[in-house]
Design a protein around this ligand. Structure first.
Ligand SMILES: [Fe+2]
Ligand SMILES: [Fe+2]
Length: 276
């Protein structure tokens, strides 16, 4: 079982956010903004899936996982609240969240199906966020020149994603979820997640008027496709998910523990909500 602490981030998101808040880089800003737009709806779905999965466990297993599930719910609830504040700021730049209504429609397709499907979707998304988190925690210099509060926001979220990456996966398997369905959902989520991220990033850039700038494409190529880019760096850990003996804990998250230890002045600990 993982000990998950719920933290309140001590940053002020009532203050406006600069248009190109991520180190003056239009591509990185649009891309982070796109991801942030998916969090309030996506993380609510993860919370609901994990809560429902927890309720379906036999009593003995509930006792074992209760604290971890409470921690997961508390962390994700905090993320979605903070990102909603951040999203309210970036929407003042004329950006429109097109991802959320698409995601809502898709989620309705899962309503009434075996809850293990929702958990497999959650586990696949959590694997993606954990890969992204590791990549980002290893490259805090991406935020050089950004406001400290925004750097803190993204690295805190990354640290907690790495911390709770096992919860949905463990629940899925505790409820008898199969390896075959886990793989199927990872394939589907990979397509959906990449295409949604791309579409929202392009939309943000278009509305920002920076889509056709050479510097935008150069930054995109470097940070996504380059040797040190997210896609190339994350391909192997992404593929590991398809192994029958895969478990999220096999992939390191020391950077998460390091960040949380070194940044205690950025957050306070809070009580945890009920798991169910
Ligand atoms: Fe999160
Ligand atoms: Fe998460």
């Amino acid at each position: 079982m993982t000990e998950l602490v719920v933290r309140r981030l001590l940053i002020d998101l009532e203050q406006p956010v600069q248009r190109h808040w991520c180190a003056g880089d239009a591509f990185l800003t649009a891309w982070f903004n796109a991801l942030s737009m998916s969090f309030p709806i996506g993380e609510q779905f993860f919370i609901d899936s994990v809560r429902e999965g927890f309720k379906a466990l036999p009593a003995g297993q509930q006792a074992e996982l209760k604290t971890e599930v409470q921690g997961f719910v508390g962390q994700e609830a905090t993320h979605r609240r903070i990102h909603a504040l951040f999203n309210a700021q970036i929407e003042k730049h004329g950006l429109v969240n097109e991802w959320e209504p698409r995601a809502r429609e898709r989620m309705q397709l899962l309503a009434g199906t075996d809850l293990r499907h929702s958990l497999a979707v959650t586990a696949a998304n959590e694997h993606f966020t954990a890969l992204f988190a590791e990549w980002l925690l290893a490259r805090p210099q991406l935020f050089d020149g950004s406001e400290p509060r925004l750097k803190t926001l993204w690295l805190w979220h990354s640290a907690e994603e790495a911390e709770h990456k096992c919860t949905a996966f463990d629940l899925y398997h505790a409820l008898g979820g199969s390896h075959a369905w886990r793989k199927t959902w990872m394939r589907r989520i990979t397509l959906i997640f990449l295409s949604d991220t791309l579409r929202q990033t392009v939309s943000n850039l278009r509305r920002d008027g920076t889509l056709w700038r050479w510097s935008t494409w150069r930054s995109g190529a470097r940070h996504m496709l380059g040797r040190d880019g997210l896609l190339r760096q994350s391909f192997r850990p992404w593929r590991a998910y398809f192994r029958p003996d895969f478990h999220p804990s096999q992939q390191t998250s020391e950077l998460s523990a390091d960040w949380l230890r070194d940044n205690t002045s950025s957050y306070s600990r809070v009580g945890q909500p009920e798991a169910a």
